[in-house]
Design a protein around this ligand. Structure first.
Ligand code: DC
Length: 206
């Protein structure tokens, strides 16, 4: 039986951590859909046109360690506005969502466009300031030199691009439970997410 959990939200809100923990808790497969856009973005930085890159994407493209750099994040957000790029990635995501045994997908448009029929929908968010502080800490811990000001500007620029694009903009899906992690620790965010999924599963089994 399939069961899809759609988790959307802006960068550095805690979406990835919540998604991994929820998937582990329920024994579901997890897909970080941002990696698909990052892989396409990384290929464009090497000179491949974005639409060609999206249509020819293979599993190994998702394993490039460079996908986690701010340059690739920026390229990902740029290719993500192109409708043909998004269209080329739909089938893979929908097939993943409906795999037997359950799936968690996290991204920007999972509950709105990719899986509007998902059994459980969550929107994990936080203020831009808090997200920038988290991202800054993460980047400096990884040895990348940057400033909080630059990271905040980057977060705000990427948010605006993701929220204002015409195709599949970032927004909470109808019926999504919103988890604002600005003043919430990650354990509470995970517990809130799990409680919502449990409530849906309880309702379905009645
Ligand atoms: O979640 P992330 O930071 O890895 O995502 C990188 C970019 O990819 C993000 O700025 C917007 C885009 N993206 C998207 O448009 N739709 C998704 N489902 C996931 C990511």
């Amino acid at each position: 039986m399939s069961f899809t959990i759609a988790i959307d939200g802006p960068a550095a809100a805690g979406k990835g951590t919540v998604s991994k923990a929820v998937a582990a808790h329920f024994g579901f497969a997890h897909l970080d859909t941002g990696l698909l856009y990052r892989a396409v973005g990384a290929l464009t930085l090497k000179g491949t046109p974005a639409i060609d890159a999206a249509r020819a994407l293979v599993a190994e493209d998702l394993e490039d360690p460079a996908l986690r750099t701010p340059e690739v994040a920026d390229a990902a957000s740029k290719v993500a506005v192109i409708p043909e790029v998004r269209a080329a990635l739909v089938d893979f995501q929908r097939a993943f969502a409906r795999r037997a045994g359950g799936a968690v997908l996290d991204g920007r448009d999972i509950g709105t466009v990719i899986c509007p029929e998902a059994e459980a929908k969550l929107f994990v968010t936080a203020s831009a300031q808090v997200r920038a502080e988290r991202r800054f800490k993460e980047l400096t811990e990884r040895g990348l030199e940057t400033s909080l000001k630059a990271v905040l500007a980057d977060v705000e620029e990427r948010d605006a691009r993701d929220r204002e694009r015409a195709t599949a903009p970032l927004k909470a899906a109808e019926g999504a439970v919103v988890i604002d992690t600005s003043e919430m620790d990650i354990e509470t965010a995970v517990a809130t997410a799990i409680a919502h999924v449990d409530a849906v599963r309880g309702g379905l089994s009645k």
